[in-house]
Ligand binder design. Structure first.
Ligand SMILES: NC(=O)c1ccc[n+]([C@@H]2O[C@H](COP(=O)([O-])OP(=O)(O)OC[C@H]3O[C@@H](n4cnc5c(N)ncnc54)[C@H](O)[C@@H]3O)[C@@H](O)[C@H]2O)c1
Length: 341
């Protein structure tokens, strides 16, 4: 039997990986991709599957009730990736778009699902950043209190709460995932790994904040998407699931930077230390992933292999990232890091 899936934000980094996974590997799945094509949404991310008869695209906004009502009709699964996703934009600019899309938008997709596809399973794609700064040796499980530090993570926490309230209040079949930082192909080069990889490949400086002491639990995007598919199939309704690599030992940003430079074959002299803490940025993220691992999930690639694979992709696909690193991107980059970078 065919499974009909409404994916929102499927032209972004993670959503497009999920769409490609569904079309390439799940022959009984049909995908409707709703995406507003903001600066972060790129139709080229899904061009490999765009010709499939099982794939359809709709250009539009998740806040558009009538549109979402029409698209959600008949869906078996609804997967909400659509979001404003960059922490630095949420702290350096007005955060209204983050609240609008990440909270109100999530609400609209939930409400339209409740009204027009009440039997559908709804997966709210969330982030571990909702737990805030996690002091070593903490590994928050899904019951841990939320302490979001940036407008981005606060808005994502809001969406988690609204989604879980729809499960409780309306009996909607909701699952919330909370994943650690992702990396891989097609990631917009404002995020740390593609920023550093593409700067290194272009012999430009790598702006490393605060001595590179901050710790993220980097997970390959394909591993994240396989975890989401598993949750849609086997997750328990009304539950939250953490997803993370549990890097051991943990990898501070300075070690990650060294790994990237090695994979790019570039010298450490490219590192440009940036003093001071960034507002809204946490020192360490880590999560307890026992719950999703009990469903049979584990990441497939370790970090150094994943970074080598990712660098190889960016080396090959200059046609994808070089046009992005101009225009609006350049303006934002210079505001954040200065024009000397
Ligand atoms: N990147 C990470 O490391 C990470 C980790 C955990 C969770 N997440 C979550 O996963 C989701 C996807 O993240 P990403 O890194 O792929 O983000 P992204 O910024 O690459 O993509 C977001 C996509 O959403 C679309 N979009 C934005 N506003 C929209 C709106 N109002 N209506 C319809 N579409 C809209 C954009 O056009 C874009 O295609 C987000 O919800 C994010 O919070 C990301």
């Amino acid at each position: 039997m065919t499974t009909r899936v409404l994916v929102t934000g499927g032209c972004g980094f993670i959503g497009s990986c999920f769409v490609r996974l569904l079309i390439d590997e799940e022959s009984d799945v049909e995908v409707m991709n709703l995406d507003a094509l903001t600066y972060a949404g790129n139709p080229r991310n899904v061009e490999a599957v765009a010709g499939s008869p099982r794939y359809r695209f709709e250009h539009g906004d998740i806040r558009d009730e009538a549109l979402v009502a029409r698209l959600v009709e008949g869906a078996d699964w609804v997967v909400n990736f659509a979001a404003e996703s960059h922490v630095d934009r949420s702290t350096s600019e007005r955060a209204g778009e983050f609240i609008e899309t990440n909270v109100l938008g999530a609400y609209v997709v939930l409400e339209m699902t409740r009204r027009h596809a009440p039997g559908a399973r709804f997966l709210q794609v969330g982030t571990d950043e909702v737990y805030g700064d996690v002091a070593w040796p903490g590994f928050p499980d899904e019951q841990a209190p939320l302490h979001p530090s940036s407008p981005y993570s606060a808005a994502k926490a809001g969406a988690d709460h609204v989604a879980l309230a729809f499960a409780r209040t309306h009996g909607l079949d909701v699952i919330v995932s909370r994943c650690t930082n992702n990396y891989g192909a097609y990631q917009y080069p404002e995020k740390m790994i593609p920023l550093f990889v593409t700067n290194a490949l272009a012999d430009e400086p790598l702006p490393l904040y605060d001595g590179g002491t901050q710790v993220r639990d980097w997970l390959r995007v394909e591993d994240h998407c396989r975890a989401l598919l598993l949750l849609l199939r086997r997750g328990a309704s009304g539950e939250v699931y953490n997803i993370g690599a549990n890097q051991d030992p943990e990898v501070p940003n300075k070690d990650l930077t060294a790994m990237i430079l090695e994979a790019c074959g570039k010298p450490a002299s490219l590192i440009r230390p940036v003093e001071g803490l960034r507002p809204g940025h946490d020192q360490r993220y880590a999560v307890d992933t026992a719950k999703i691992r009990a469903l049979g999930w584990s990441p497939r690639l370790d970090l150094s292999d994943g970074i080598a694979e990712t660098v190889a992709w960016y080396r090959e696909r200059r046609d994808w990232w070089e046009p992005i690193k101009s225009g609006e991107y350049r303006k934002f980059y210079e505001e954040l890091y200065g024009s000397g970078s």
